[in-house]
Design a binder for this molecule. Structure first.
Ligand code: PLP
Length: 347
């Protein structure tokens, strides 16, 4: 049987565990992590804390749970979060900051999901009975809806100063922090030291099937741990999953550079095609956004045609298409996607 080779660029979450990763999972030593004695989970948490230069870290089932447990641990109902209007915590986590933490969000604007210290300063509310209490700044790096954009570290440093001035905490949604780190050549701990809490995902470009982590001080992680339990995120022999994450951290970080090169390759090809419009400079990591011209149809129509030819992308607006490169699509796969995209101009 010839296996149908699909080029699946809908997301980097579609990556499947490699045979070597599966082997590591099968061989994992496990215990009951809710009772605190799964050695592989403990090893993963220590590894993440070391990587991010924090005192502690906690394994969680998903990035959303990591973000929301961190938000819950640092806010009270009636508090306000300062975050970008395009942020994942607002758009893609089921309204959780409002529902679970009872917080409003002051929405920042800015290209690529990036805002600045002056905007934060203007958003901080006076301490007075009329107002929600500004409490937490959330930054997303790389920024998903911003097109995989990388936060300049100086921006974050400036925002940290304003946060300190007003006694605000800072959370980093670092689902793709390793992409930012590899592309910018900045150690993850250099970013992490500017935050009170940091979440990272193993199930995106790093290729693990499940899991994220939250890092911070021992005291903070104790609080996050309590909310993880409250949210139903305590897992038992989760060392099987943690083993995949350990494997990913040991073997799959450097490979992100190839994903970035593949994204550039796809973006450059698109920039030459008359049927599509792309901001080439905005492609900094593994996410490619482009717009379909009137002549080739809507984003949904384009994606349907691509799908018929075994190239999968995601329509995320009337004209906008998203393609995300990852370790399960090699350069040859990217070239196949380019070939299929080129047929649109010829219609
Ligand atoms: C994927 C992602 C998350 C977490 O998503 P889950 O599906 O809950 O693991 C969080 N933030 C960003 C920016 C993401 O892209």
């Amino acid at each position: 049987m010839v296996e149908k080779r699909v080029v699946d660029l809908r997301s980097d979450t579609v990556t499947k565990p490699s045979p070597e990763m599966l082997q590591a999972m099968v061989e994992a030593e496990v215990g009951d992590d809710v009772l605190g004695d799964d050695p592989t989970v403990i090893a993963l948490q220590e590894k993440v804390a070391k990587l991010l230069g924090t005192e502690a870290a906690l394994f969680v089932p998903s990035g959303s749970m990591g973000n929301q447990a961190a938000i819950r641990a640092q806010t009270q109902p009636g508090d306000e979060i300062i975050a970008h209007a395009d942020s994942h915590i607002y758009h893609y986590e089921g309204g959780a900051p409002f529902a679970i933490s009872g917080c409003s969000i002051s929405m920042m604007q800015g290209k690529g999901g990036i805002f600045d210290a002056d905007q934060v300063r203007s958003a901080v509310r006076p301490v007075e009975s009329h107002f929600a209490q500004s409490r937490l700044v959330v930054i997303e790096n790389t920024h998903n809806r911003g097109g995989g954009s990388i936060w300049p570290i100086e921006r974050i440093q400036d925002i940290r100063k304003v946060a300190d001035e007003f006694g605000l905490s800072m959370h980093l949604d670092g689902a793709r922090l390793m992409n930012a780190s590899v592309a910018a050549g900045i150690k993850p701990s250099k970013y992490a030291e500017l935050f009170d809490t940091v979440s990272v995902c193993f199930s995106k470009g790093l290729g693990a099937p499940v899991g994220s982590a939250v890092a911070g001080t021992t005291e903070m992680i104790r609080r996050v741990h309590r909310f993880r339990k409250m949210f139903g995120g305590g897992m038992r022999q989760s060392g099987i999953l943690a083993a995949a994450a350990v494997y990913a951290l040991d073997h799959n970080i450097d490979g992100l550079a190839q994903d970035h090169a593949n994204a550039k390759r796809l973006a450059e090809a698109l920039s030459e095609m008359p049927g599509f419009d792309i901001d080439l400079a905005a492609v900094e990591t593994n996410i490619v956004y482009f717009d379909a011209a009137e002549s080739v149809g809507s984003a949904a129509e384009v994606c349907a045609c691509l799908h018929d030819k075994d190239v999968w992308m995601m329509a995320i607006g009337p004209k906008r298409v998203r393609a995300v490169t990852h370790r399960d699509v090699d350069t040859e796969g990217i070239d196949r996607a380019i070939e299929v995209l080129q047929t649109f101009g010829a219609r």
